[in-house]
Design a protein around this ligand. Structure first.
Ligand SMILES: CC(C)(COP(=O)(O)OP(=O)(O)OC[C@H]1O[C@@H](n2cnc3c(N)ncnc32)[C@H](O)[C@@H]1OP(=O)(O)O)[C@@H](O)C(=O)NCCC(=O)NCCS
Length: 385
């Protein structure tokens, strides 16, 4: 038998360390705590760029000229609206559905309502990527409004991408700082190399399936608590701790019981996650403006204790530690934290899918077989109960 058996090949659990693509999209230096998109450090992009400009950079590989940006922005805005057939369908969803299930189903549905669904040129693929990036915020906000028994709010094209999302969610134009903080959070979540959701989107695309199917796979993967979702659990932990005085005993007993502290540690970063560092400053500004610094102070105290106790083991705050805080103070419900992550990461997903398709080869790893061979087939009536 030609089965692969243990010992013949090295098996890497969870594909750790396995190289599955060559990419020029982003680079993570986990030891030093650096992240760059297309050659630009995220600190620079968070300071000078916007989410849409960063989206262009990640998708096309260079910062846009004024004309390129204008065209891109118009393209995004002209694709905000959902097809009426999708709106009819979302109205019939169970209103207790998880918003991640809603956006996963709706991106999948885009493949049905797409007018050029049988068009597979490079341009058509980019256009489909742009549609996904444009429509996810509209899907999230539409479902959120409906489940609250409210009217869906149509996108306002005079607003920025982030302003428009908050406007569609809450029905009023957000203040400048709130929109800015959301925009920064979107920049920081837009891309992160070969993470699980990006990889699963690439696997689907590698069979020469379509962009909508690939993004649907990615959303399904992001939904799991080992990937998206840690920020929700950070907020539950803060609820459980309740007060600043209770932080120290909580963390000490959690560590003594070998319980994990949510929002700390990372498979790649063994230093302070650079995204967390940026988001922490903006979280402070937002909480200060909202006049509620309790969560921030608790977070800061947890961070101090954790760094003192486990920092030398490479366990530092990750981006989720502060993103939950930011989203909470923007008024975003907890079950919409991961959909907001998906909205931002749709850029990284589609960029990797489009890049891989340029020199595509179907993903087809192998498994080591550790089952029996040469078993005798016994007719059913002779099998023992
Ligand atoms: C992110 C994460 C899954 C990375 O996992 P990983 O690289 O497989 O690391 P492990 O889970 O094997 O942890 C290695 C060691 O560090 C400890 N550790 C890791 N994260 C920890 C945390 N948040 N709190 C306390 N200890 C932690 C583990 O207990 C383990 O200790 P041990 O060697 O004594 O058993 C992990 O750090 C984690 O679960 N963090 C909390 C959830 C979270 O914030 N996820 C968002 C990621 S962006």
């Amino acid at each position: 038998m030609g089965c692969l058996t243990a010992g013949e090949q090295k098996y890497s659990r969870g594909l750790e360390g396995v190289i599955a693509a060559i990419s020029s999209i982003s680079c993570i230096d986990g030891d030093e705590g650096n992240l760059i998109y297309r050659g630009y450090p995220i600190e620079v992009l968070a300071k000078y760029s916007t989410y849409l400009e960063t989206a262009f950079l990640i998708l096309y590989g260079h910062l846009p000229t004024e004309k390129e940006f204008e065209d891109f922005r118009e393209n995004i805005k002209s694709n905000y609206e959902l097809h009426p057939g999708m709106i009819d369908t979302i109205k019939n969803f169970m209103m207790d559905a998880h918003p991640m299930d809603v956006i996963r189903s709706m991106v999948s549905m885009m493949g049905i309502f797409c007018k050029d669904k049988r068009e597979f040129s490079r341009e058509a693929k980019y256009l489909k990527a742009i549609r996904v990036i444009a429509k996810i915020p509209t899907m999230i906000a539409a479902f959120h409004r409906l489940r609250e028994g409210k009217e869906i709010i149509s996108p306002d094209k005079s607003l920025t991408y982030s302003e428009n999302f908050l406007y569609m969610m809450f029905g009023e134009k957000p203040d400048e700082l709130s929109a800015k903080v959301l925009d920064i959070a979107l920049i920081l979540h837009a891309e992160h190399g070969m993470n699980a959701s990006t990889f699963s989107g690439m696997v689907t695309a590698s069979s020469l399936s379509d962009i909508y199917s690939a993004v649907t796979s990615a959303i399904g993967t992001l939904k799991g608590p080992l990937h998206g979702g840690a920020n929700e659990r950070v907020m539950s932990m803060l609820d459980e701790i309740k007060s600043l005085e209770d932080v120290k005993p909580f963390i000490e007993s959690a560590l003594a019981e070998k319980r994990k502290i949510m929002g700390f540690g990372h498979r790649v970063y063994k230093a302070y996650d650079p995204r967390a560092k940026i988001l922490k400053d903006w979280a402070y500004k937002l909480c200060e403006m909202k006049g509620d610094l309790l969560h921030f102070k608790m977070g800061d105290e947890i961070e101090k204790i954790m760094i003192e106790k486990v920092g030398k083991r490479g366990i530092y705050p990750n981006v989720d530690f502060y993103s939950g805080l930011v989203y909470t103070h923007l008024g975003i419900p907890r079950d919409i934290f991961t959909p907001v992550f998906a909205m931002s990461r749709s850029v990284g997903w589609t960029a990797h899918i489009l890049e891989y398709l340029e020199s595509n080869r179907i993903y087809r790893p192998r498994a080591i077989y550790n089952g029996p061979i040469d078993l005798e087939y016994i007719p059913m009536e002779q099998r023992e109960e």
